[in-house]
Design a protein around this ligand. Structure first.
Ligand SMILES: [Zn+2]
Length: 201
């Protein structure tokens, strides 16, 4: 099931396209069918508890408790969130639901899910931010952030030359006063989530 998550409730359990995640039904928490990370009886449960990993902490949270900027999308393989500490609205991160540190560690299902998701996110981000394309970057070098996460960076049409290409990473090094506010991240995230639902294929 592919399930963009809405704030405060679960999205309808309809197939929105793409590969189908393996099913797990928790006998104790039927409302969390499909949200395998929250169920201790899930075969995936124990693979997400890596101490001191920021992404594992977010992955382990009750999805319905997360703000829109942390729960744009979740198909059981990948969770999409708005990047924090960025001065660029629409900068997303695609986070693996398991604690991985390299693309080489992906299962075939995880790898199969990633490609179409990147394409759909590019469509959504370009539509919402008017970007001419999206950069896709995987680094995960900062201490505490080694967890596999792929950056989706909107390339704005009038981005200054010293901020294009790999220099766009400078938008993560701006003074805090220039960061996209939580309110703006939530608004952009909700717009992107709506676009994702419209790009089912
Ligand atoms: Zn992790």
């Amino acid at each position: 099931m592919i399930r963009p998550i809405s704030r405060g409730r679960l999205a309808p359990a309809k197939n929105l396209g793409g590969p189908t995640a393996p099913q797990h039904r928790c006998p104790n928490r039927p409302a969390f069918v499909g949200l395998r990370r929250q169920c201790p009886s899930s075969p995936r449960y124990n693979r997400h508890a890596v101490t001191a990993c920021y992404s594992c902490g977010k992955n382990a949270a009750d999805p319905t408790s997360l703000p829109p900027r942390e729960a744009i999308y979740d198909d059981g393989h990948w969770r999409v969130a708005h990047a924090f500490g960025s001065a660029l609205p629409g900068w997303l991160v695609v986070v693996s639901c398991r604690h991985l540190t390299s693309l080489s560690q992906l299962t075939p299902d995880e790898a199969t899910a990633l490609g179409p998701l990147l394409q759909r996110l590019s469509i959504a981000v370009e539509s919402v931010t008017s970007a001419i394309k999206c950069y896709v970057v995987f680094l995960a070098e900062a201490p505490g952030f080694e967890h596999l996460h792929v950056h989706i960076i909107p390339r704005a049409p009038h981005m200054p030359p010293d901020r294009t290409g790999i220099e766009a990473l400078k938008y993560l090094a701006q003074p805090e006063g220039e960061w996209v506010s939580p309110e703006e991240m939530d608004r952009v995230s909700e717009d992107i989530q709506r676009m994702l639902r419209a790009t089912t294929h």
